[in-house]
Design a protein around this ligand. Structure first.
Ligand code: KG4
Ligand code: ZN
Length: 363
């Protein structure tokens, strides 16, 4: 529909400069410039390298997205940008660019939450998000279970990792196996030819007294590394495919078990999975099996929308416009630890209303 809001979204929380253009819940463009190759030799993302790469990629990526969408900057109804959480310096590049464009064009600015964007992106694939929806977000930087009652105003944390993120565990095990960075895709590939039951690796935080929705991957990581070291010390060959498959099974078993349990406990019958690890082929299969068995509808966007991208930010921005949420002020700042309970950063008038305890903040 032509009267649906046309929004450009900018995402720079990590190593991907993402710029997306969305009309309502329709994806028009998703341009990404990645600096992943520049970080590969360090085995992880180097914040300063990422910030510089964002700066260089920003204007060309915005131009590319607008062109791909077949719209001009003047047509836009708003500019959305990831305000946090993420790497402070990297976020700052996106926030500064978004402010400059919004101010110059006279368009409203929406500073939005990276995690809420990961959830909202599914609207571009499967249509409007049911309310409530349980979301399992698993990437290199986060592993959390979130309950979204309203993606623009009410997102509640159910559980999170207490140590490593799921993707981080994939990256670290890939490094131990000398498979390169990022580790997820390559472990996924090797695992397809391995036996997931070959080695019984531990399932973190699954004991009866453990927190039901929190995750821990550091014990698993150590167990896998020790297992590999022991083989190497004994001069035995490491069965890379079996290790990859068994490690991956331990991760996705816990993720899906806890996500389905959270849905059942809360009476929520829609589960979405997002973040880079949602690209994992075994996670998708096991989640589908377990959701079906529990009568839960599973929504997983295609891999390109699961990893960090600008379209997800545009999707949440468009939702903010559609639901008349307050735009951000010109002094919007990047907040590297923006809480997930803040799906966006509304302007000061609303912040003061909030301080005064005014009900109905967004109406
Ligand atoms: O969402 P994302 O692109 O960036 C953030 O970390 O925010 O996620 C990247 C993470 C990396 O840790 C990568 O190893 C992991 O997602 N990943 C995967 C797969 N593809 C990417 N993990 C498991 N299986 C995959 N197929
Ligand atoms: Zn992310």
């Amino acid at each position: 529909m032509a009267d649906e809001p046309l929004v450009l979204g900018i995402e720079t929380s990590c190593d991907e400069t993402g710029v997306g253009v969305v009309r309502g819940t329709t994806l028009l463009a998703d341009a990404v410039a990645s600096s992943v190759d520049e970080h590969a030799r360090f085995g992880g993302v180097v914040p300063e390298v990422a910030s510089r790469a964002h700066l260089e990629a920003m204007v060309p990526t915005i131009d590319r997205a607008l062109k791909e969408a077949g719209v001009t900057a003047g047509d836009l109804d708003g500019i959305a940008v990831t305000a946090g959480p993420g790497l402070a310096g990297a976020l700052l590049v996106g926030v500064s660019a978004a402010k400059a464009y919004a101010y110059a064009l006279g368009k409203p600015l929406y500073g939005v939450n990276h995690l809420a964007s990961h959830i909202c992106v599914d609207q571009l694939e499967h249509g409007p998000l049911p309310e409530p929806t349980m979301a399992l977000l698993v990437s290199g930087g986060h592993s959390s279970l979130l309950l979204s009652e309203d993606i623009t105003s009410d997102v509640r944390p159910m559980g999170a990792t207490i140590d490593d993120a799921a993707g981080e565990a994939f990256d670290k095990i890939a490094r131990v196996l000398n498979l390169g960075f990022p580790g997820g895709p390559v472990i996924d590939r090797y695992a397809r030819e391995g036996d997931p039951g070959a080695i019984a690796f531990p399932r973190g935080l699954t004991g009866p007294r453990d927190p039901a929705y929190d995750f821990s991957f550091s014990g698993l990581k150590t167990a896998v590394a020790r297992w590999i070291e022991a083989r190497r010390a004994a001069g035995e060959e490491v069965p890379v495919r079996d290790v990859a498959a068994s490690f991956q099974e331990a991760v996705v078993d816990v993720l899906t078990r806890k996500a389905v349990r959270a849905c059942k406990d809360q009476g929520v019958d829609h589960l979405m999975i997002g973040g880079g690890v949602a690209a994992n082929s075994r996670l998708r299969v096991l989640a589908q099996e377990r959701c079906e068995a529990a009568g839960i509808r599973l929504r997983v966007p295609r891999p390109k929308l699961c990893t960090d991208n600008g379209a997800m930010v545009a999707a949440l921005g468009a939702e903010m416009v559609s639901r008349n949420r307050a735009a951000s002020d010109w002094d919007l700042s990047a907040d590297s630890s923006l809480p997930v309970t803040d799906p966006h950063v509304p302007g000061q008038a609303h912040a003061h209303a909030h301080e005064a305890g005014t009900e109905n903040l967004y109406s």
